[in-house]
Ligand binder design. Structure first.
Ligand code: HEC
Ligand code: HEC
Length: 173
């Protein structure tokens, strides 16, 4: 026969179930906690001091290009951009003043970008079969100062073989 419904027993069962749930939750690894909301996409202020790049480039486009230069040269943003001692990050380190022209390396980079553009538009584009444009990385290969190219030493031609021993001529005997 089925036991009559007992509200007390039923409440105890609910409590037990709840306790079991809490202990399962406690056993979960921390990753199981609800994920933090995704970070807001970074916004980049519109550039104010472009002298050689197209003036209508957005902050995002300039930033993407800068990351390419940085990788192609194996450089840091601070290789070309001066520190702004008036402004610091939460750790107290000075921020970079990207619009400032006080680092000479930035002027070299401007020349290099113009040179690269010139190579592509006036030379590479005139080659019918040209496919890959020249980039900073074509020459720099991850180094700020491109290494001199040392051609691999060419292996000397194989020494001339000794002439094969004369085959005995039975007719001569
Ligand atoms: C090899 C040198 C070099 C490196 C490395 C470099 N930059 Fe630049 N950056 C420049 C030059 C040159 C300009 C100016 C371009 C122009 O005059 O049109 C510039 C311009 C900028 C600007 C626009 C500033 C403005 O308001 O006009 C920003 C922002 C910027 N860089 C960010 C960065 C960041 C971020 C990095 C690192 C990821 C970086 N740069 C790495 C050379 C460099
Ligand atoms: C055709 C090859 C070539 C290309 C393409 C090229 N560079 Fe260079 N770059 C050089 C050479 C060679 C030097 C070394 C010049 C020297 O110091 O005598 C140099 C030097 C530099 C320097 C100075 C490094 C230092 O230590 O003083 C910077 C900055 C630079 N390049 C940035 C760039 C950027 C940015 C690009 C792409 C927009 C670029 N280069 C594309 C060949 C190239």
């Amino acid at each position: 026969m089925k036991a009559p419904f007992n509200p007390l027993l039923s409440a105890a069962a609910t409590l037990l179930a709840a306790a079991a749930l809490v202990s399962t939750m406690a056993a979960q690894p921390p990753q199981a906690l609800p994920a933090a909301p995704p970070p807001q996409p970074a916004t980049f202020p519109a550039p104010t001091n472009l002298k050689i790049l197209p003036a209508n480039m957005t902050g995002q486009q300039v930033n993407d290009l800068m990351r390419q230069w940085q990788a192609a040269l194996g450089a840091r943003c601070s290789s070309c951009h001066a520190k702004d001692y008036g402004q610091s990050d939460p750790d107290g380190r000075p921020l970079l003043n990207f619009a400032s022209d006080s680092k000479p390396m930035k002027a070299v980079a401007r020349l290099m970008a113009q040179m690269t553009n010139d190579i592509n538009t006036n030379y590479i584009a005139r080659i019918d079969s040209s496919a890959d444009p020249v980039t900073c990385g074509t020459c720099h290969r991850g180094r700020l100062g491109p290494d001199p190219f040392i051609p691999p030493t060419v292996a000397p031609p194989p020494a001339p073989q000794d002439p094969p021993p004369p085959t005995p001529n039975p007719a001569a005997n």
